[in-house]
Design a protein around this ligand. Structure first.
Ligand code: SF4
Length: 281
């Protein structure tokens, strides 16, 4: 059975940077707490917990040591609370997310009603809304044109959750334009997600089966799996190598492998080894 890994697969720059930061602190004996699970990957989070990394929901739960801000970033009020508590901080906010936060604040300072294109409730989106509101702007989350608030008027500013698709951003811009508005657009989409989706889709069209690796609680991995399933009905979403033995790979001559942006390299390597072991049986 031939196994092909998609050219862009697995941990993106921001996730790898956050992982390296935490592992570096653990290696030198620092007591580390992360504000929420570091990434949407249960195996990685359990491994970090086993090496002493605590996951806390609130700044006030941190007992000491260093608090890590995840790649999704945090709201200005959480940042202020960390400073108030006098905690050491390791800021793993992805630079692309930080750029989106700056863009939200800039639009707010320019007097815009800020629309954040993204998923309501996602920590990155909550941060972007908070950065806009911090500067006194009205701010709303829109995922589809139907979410555009009634009666919205110029000046309108648009900022985008980094993992959104360009098609979705375009549909919002088109709807705003049809309303006679002249939105100022801050295109803060990160190419990491698009590259993973595009190369996974291309590969899925060429193979008999696809294996998509990543946490079932990871929305980017789930989305990747949905995209692959459209091109290749035999698509399997797995979290680790132990699931390979249970897949129906009978008759599969070529299997494609991809992984979400929160899946580190060693997990990809272990799944590829499990596929080779299955084939050798
Ligand atoms: S997907 Fe892009 S913006 Fe998000 S953490 Fe990864 S590199 Fe950063």
């Amino acid at each position: 059975m031939q196994v092909t890994l998609a050219p862009f697969a697995g941990a993106c720059y921001g996730v790898q940077r956050a992982l390296d930061m935490v592992e570096g602190l653990v290696d030198v004996g620092v007591e580390v707490s992360t504000l929420g699970p570091l990434i949407h990957n249960p195996q990685v989070v359990s491994k970090l917990e086993a090496s002493g990394v605590r996951v806390v929901d609130e700044v006030d739960e941190v007992r000491g040591g260093t608090v890590v801000i995840r790649s999704h970033g945090v709201t200005p009020s959480v940042r202020a609370r960390i400073a108030q508590c006098g905690l050491e901080v390791a800021d793993a906010t992805c630079p692309h997310v930080a750029r989106a936060q700056d863009a939200a604040a800039e639009l707010a300072r320019a007097g815009c009603h800020v629309l954040v294109v993204g998923e309501a409730g996602h920590p990155e989106v909550e941060g972007l809304v908070a950065y806009a509101r911090e500067d006194g702007a009205a701010a709303d989350v829109v995922l589809t044109p139907a979410d555009i608030p009634d009666g919205i008027a110029d000046p309108v500013g648009v900022v985008v959750q980094t993992t959104q698709t360009r098609e979705n951003l375009d549909s919002i811009i088109e709807a705003l334009t049809k309303l006679g508005l002249h939105p100022r657009i801050k295109d803060t989409i990160c190419s990491a997600t698009r590259k993973r989706q595009k190369t996974a889709c291309d590969l899925a069209s060429d193979v008999d089966a696809m294996v998509v690796i990543g946490g079932r609680n990871s929305s980017n991995t789930t989305r990747l799996s949905e995209i692959c399933a459209r091109a290749c009905p035999k698509t399997f979403h797995v979290e680790g190598p132990d699931e390979i033995a249970h897949l129906d790979l009978a008759g599969v001559r070529h299997v494609g492998v991809t992984a979400g942006a929160s899946t580190p390299e060693d997990q990809i390597a272990s799944v590829i080894s499990a596929l080779a072991a299955w084939d050798a049986q």
